[in-house]
Design a binder for this molecule. Structure first.
Ligand code: CP
Length: 309
């Protein structure tokens, strides 16, 4: 049987996403037991192969795989043979020869996980490929919103800031649309992706105008490391003045509206510490959701298939 992959949010239908969110609840609840483990993936091997830094995604994939009793290997790329020039293809084939059933890949190049999926007989999960997509982050954000609102259909969600360089923004817009919600990109023109119209979502340059209309706002990290020296903003101070979420702007939102941030945060840039630490922010819930949601996705790719056979 061909391995199943998760390379993009578009790999999931609405029904499949609903099932992932349901399964995630089950796997999250296991974390509240004394023994936080089930044998669903016993004997399976999951490799975390991260060419870019990560805290949340890497650790939660490790915990998720362990929760399902899989064996987990974390490859420290900086101290692996990648540092001697070994290619992604050869690295992955080496790991496969040692019995990996799934490779969780984070890579700076858009499309890297799709290429890997063509080269190896193992499930590939995109844990972030350049500026392209971060589908598992979008799944856990949907889960967090669903837990809070008990629905996704009809929610209006602002995705604010450095949209152009954000794989989270792309996956989130696709995922929200899939589930019947309405994403709104809010950014200065220089921080919107070329061809933004393909996402089919509303676009605004004014955060103050959009905030009163939202159920949730997802603040994006200003990704200076991907700006490659380009002068995309008059100054960071100007960006903060127009697009930073502070307590004054929080008051512009409806009382029921909540704040998301995928992390890591630049406190004092896209979001103030006061807002991030306020009761309106679901940032801790997003992190917690990562384990259950990633367990549900691993189970879907590696376990559910076996059960169905
Ligand atoms: N949200 C997210 O991808 O965080 P990490 O870079 O810490 O994995």
């Amino acid at each position: 049987m061909s391995p199943r992959h998760l390379l993009s949010v578009l790999d999931l239908s609405r029904e499949e996403m609903e099932q992932v969110l349901l399964d995630a609840e089950t796997f999250e609840a296991i974390g509240d037991r004394e023994i936080k483990k089930v044998p669903a993936l016993r004997g399976r091997v999951v490799v975390n192969l991260f060419y870019e830094n990560s805290t949340r995604t890497r650790v939660s994939f490790e915990l998720a795989a362990k929760r399902l009793s899989a064996d987990v290997v974390n490859v420290a790329v900086a101290t692996s043979s990648v540092a001697k020039g070994e290619s992604l293809k050869d690295t992955a084939r080496t790991l496969l020869a040692m019995g990996a059933d799934a490779v969780v890949l984070r890579h700076p190049s858009p499309g890297a996980s799709a290429m890997l999926a063509r080269w190896v007989q193992a499930s590939v999960i995109n844990a972030g490929d350049g500026q392209h997509e971060h589908p598992t982050q979008a799944c856990l954000d949907l889960y967090t919103l669903h837990r809070h609102f008990s629905r996704l259909d009809g929610l209006r969600v602002g995705i604010v800031g450095d949209v152009a360089h954000s794989r989270v923004a792309r996956s989130e817009a696709l995922a929200l649309t899939l589930m019947g919600a309405s994403p709104v990109f809010v950014a200065p023109p220089t921080l919107l992706p070329l061809g933004v119209a393909v996402f089919g979502c509303e676009v605004s340059y004014s955060l103050d105008e959009v905030l009163p209309t939202l159920d949730a706002v997802h603040m994006l990290r200003l990704q200076r490391e991907r700006h490659a020296g380009a002068a995309l903003l008059p100054s960071e101070r100007e960006f903060v003045r127009l697009y930073g979420l502070d307590s004054r702007r929080l008051e512009l939102m409806p009382a029921h509206a909540v704040v998301l941030h995928a992390g890591p945060m630049n406190r004092g840039v896209e979001i103030t510490g006061e807002v991030a630490d306020s009761g309106r922010a679901l940032i801790g819930q997003q992190v917690k959701a990562g384990i259950g949601v990633r367990a549900a996705l691993l189970y879907r790719l590696l376990g559910a298939q076996e059960d169905a056979a």
